[in-house]
Design a protein around this ligand. Sequence first.
Ligand SMILES: Cc1ncc(C[n+]2csc(CCOP(=O)(O)OP(=O)(O)O)c2C)c(N)n1
Ligand code: SF4
Ligand SMILES: [Mg+2]
Length: 350
Amino acid sequence: MAESTLKLGTEAPKENRLGLKALDYGGGKSTLCAGCGHDAVSNQIIRAFYEMNVTPEKVAKFSGIGCSSKTPAYFLGRAHGFNAVHGRMPAVATGAILANHTLLGIGVSGDGDTASIGLGQFMHMVRRNIPLIYIIENNGVYGLTKGQFSATADEGSKLKTGVLNDLPPMDLCALAVQLGCGYVARGFAGDPKQMVNILKGAVAHDGLSVIDVISPCVTFNNHEGSTKGYTYSKENDELLHQIGFVQSYEQIEVDYEPGTVREVQMHDGSRIILKKLEEDYDPGDTVQALQRLHRATEQGHMLTGLVYLRPEKKSFMTLLNVVNKPLGTLTEAETRPPREALDKIMRELM
Ligand SMILES: Cc1ncc(C[n+]2csc(CCOP(=O)(O)OP(=O)(O)O)c2C)c(N)n1
Ligand code: SF4
Ligand SMILES: [Mg+2]
């Protein structure tokens, strides 16, 4: 494994509870353009998984095709990985996680990979609530094929060549909320603190989490007239709340004024702390989530934070009552119905 060039920060403790260092969560050397938002997101994934004490060998990484889809090679080099076909990652990830849901699945896609060619696959994965962390590194363009507009590009935004986009954008967070996803968030590659906490919450969530992260393409979509570049995103970032995350083993009591903080308990006992900013936003309210997303688009704002959270929603594995073992390890006796069950079926058919 080549040594990672990603910066890992210095403030975190050297070893986590598994005795692993942040570098143990790194991957190969990135070949992306210097300053690409996708490298920042890889860095944030490394930090979140390290601080969450995830065993790298228990992770399965999935991706499609694009600069974004190359990034699983740059983090968690000790994990399993499958680089699928353009837009087809959801089907591959669904199959793999169904076969072995003892693995923690993480998929990295792009706005082209998800919202253009892969939209049908994405929507069915959301409906099924496959337990997977699904990240869209959204830069509004097809970076790998030299910067054409994708389906998430804002109306009126301009390509470097001067071409204007006259089609409305597709909001992947709104789509995920609409289809009933239990964990929907929007982050910004330039806000690592928020992103790491969003990712930690997703690790703790049992079900699909959709994380749309605005991740600027410095080569093709970071100029004046772009609405997905660093400057525009920083100036128009509308924070829903500040996100904190407390792991299940931490005895931290949060000290706050009544009514200023919302605390949500996750199924593993960890807690997500949402510090309200200017208004009372309820992430469990579907209509409010859709309204806020729509309003932000109309105002040219980038709404970030935990847009929608329903941790109680049953994942596909729970609905299917799948055994808690990788299917490939089941013995013949465990897969074949007992003699009495077969006899009973035969009697019913007579
Ligand atoms: C079936 C198929 N069609 C088209 C392509 C060409 N292609 C490769 S990557 C890509 C778009 C990538 O855009 P996005 O998913 O936004 O990733 P980014 O590079 O911006 O991170 C396209 C159209 C392909 N590889 N396969
Ligand atoms: S072309 Fe854009 S998306 Fe691709 S690596 Fe370069 S900056 Fe990143
Ligand atoms: Mg893109």
